[in-house]
Design a protein around this ligand. Structure first.
Ligand code: PLP
Length: 406
């Protein structure tokens, strides 16, 4: 009998064990200890409500949709000009970067863009990723058949170039020995909370231009940068226009995890021979995507208003205060910690040689606190643990005092 075939590359994906395993362990603990409130500092989701300036913009846009004269149907392919212009001005021009509004493609978030962007590259391109890493970059290349075979013992793919980010390198990657075609970088980093300086990022840009590689730069945590020498965008580096795509998200700077908005920046100078990647991404966007909702793009515009910037600055400061509490608290309790200064993630070395999962159990059992085992982000995450600053202030303070009492 005739039978359709599936994309067998999907079958190569190992189960997404991490968050389901965490969920099961937490549920079992809660059942056994109904008296203990569990504090969750594991998942990287925000908890503060949308800022008033965003809510006002949403209400205004909803009202516009109620009247024929101001109603909006399909959005333009690249997104509304008002949002792209605001981004070009505030995210780029104000930082001295040359990015035009028509090089910005509005999307529903950095997860989709980071997963979809690989489509415009040939299947036999080799990708390089940091280890540990945000899993979407690898898994979407697995689905596309670009990663070779999986080794369950080492939890690595044969055709992926891994760039270990260890404490020896301040959790930054080193230039790979084998030459990749596509390099995924994310700074400030999830999960380690590490950053690199502008001269360090410049080295990557120079390397990519010299070796004919493209950098996919995920700037989802840009709003958390507090130090002067940390670049807010890869386009602060000379030559980035010819080698880098940048992904932006409204999730962590403005609390849009449930609202959904992001953007991909593809400069027109980024070419393979005569072919502009901009043209390919425009074709893909126009064919497969109908745009983020008008209402949401109006909310995105409010992120750049004066009121929006002030309110969101306060929101980021709220989370970063939590980050400071976690960082200082763990440090004074004798832990080796990093991150938390330019990122809402604190990366800690598990004590006494515990594995990431042993420490997860230890923390849950003795403190009722949930974090994320570093090994879930890649082999070099073994022996590490991630806590997030996205909880409430009260929960964060309570969690740290419980951890100190262990
Ligand atoms: N990129 C990184 C590195 C992330 O950690 C996340 C979310 O946790 C995303 C992208 C997803 O962003 P968005 O909500 O815009 O899809």
């Amino acid at each position: 009998m005739h039978m359709f075939k599936i994309n067998e590359d999907y079958l190569k994906l190992p189960g997404s064990y991490l968050f389901s395993a965490i969920g099961k362990k937490v549920a079992a603990y809660e059942e056994e200890h109904p008296e203990q409130s569990v504090i969750r500092l594991g998942i990287g989701d925000v908890t503060q409500p949308l800022a008033p300036a965003i809510i006002d913009a949403l209400h205004g846009a909803v009202e516009e949709m109620a009247h024929a004269e101001t109603f909006h149907g399909y959005a333009p392919d690249l997104g509304y000009e008002f949002l792209r212009t605001a981004m070009a001005e505030k995210d780029y021009k104000d930082r001295g970067c040359d990015i035009k509004a028509d090089e910005i493609f509005i999307s529903d978030g950095a997860k989709c863009d980071s997963g979809n962007i690989q489509e415009i590259f040939a299947k036999d391109n080799r990708i390089a990723v940091c280890d540990p890493v945000y899993p979407v970059y690898v898994d979407t290349n697995v689905m596309a058949g670009r990663t070779g075979t999986y080794n369950a013992d080492t939890e690595t793919w044969s055709d992926v170039i891994y760039m270990p980010c260890t404490k020896e390198t301040n959790f930054a990657p080193e230039l790979p020995k084998e030459t990749p075609d596509i390099i995924y970088l994310c700074f400030p980093n999830n999960p380690t909370g590490s950053t690199i300086t502008k001269p360090q990022l410049q080295e990557w840009v120079d390397y990519a231009n010299k070796n004919g590689a493209v950098i996919i730069y995920d700037a989802a945590y840009e709003a958390y940068i507090s130090e002067e020498d940390v670049p807010h965008t890869i386009y602060e580096c000379d030559g980035a226009r010819t080698c880098a795509i940048e992904l932006r998200s409204f999730s962590k700077n403005a609390g849009f995890t449930g609202v959904r908005l992001g953007a991909a920046v593809v400069p027109k100078d980024l070419k393979c021979g005569d072919v502009m990647l901009h043209a390919l991404w425009a074709r893909r966007h126009g064919t497969k995507y109908n745009g983020a909702p008008y209402i949401v793009q109006k909310a995105g515009e409010a992120v750049y208003s004066e009121a929006g910037r002030t309110q969101l600055g306060e929101q980021v400061a709220y989370y970063m205060k939590n980050a400071g509490i976690i960082y200082d608290g763990l440090k004074s309790a004798g832990y080796n910690v990093s991150g938390g200064v330019n990122a809402p993630y604190i990366w800690l070395e598990t004590p006494k040689g515990m594995t990431s999962w042993q420490f997860f159990d230890h923390l849950l059992e003795h403190a009722g606190v949930v974090g994320t085992p570093g090994s879930g982000f890649g082999p070099s995450g073994e022996g590490y643990f991630r806590l997030t600053a996205f909880g409430s202030y009260e929960n964060t303070v309570a969690a740290i005092s419980r951890i100190k009492e262990i």
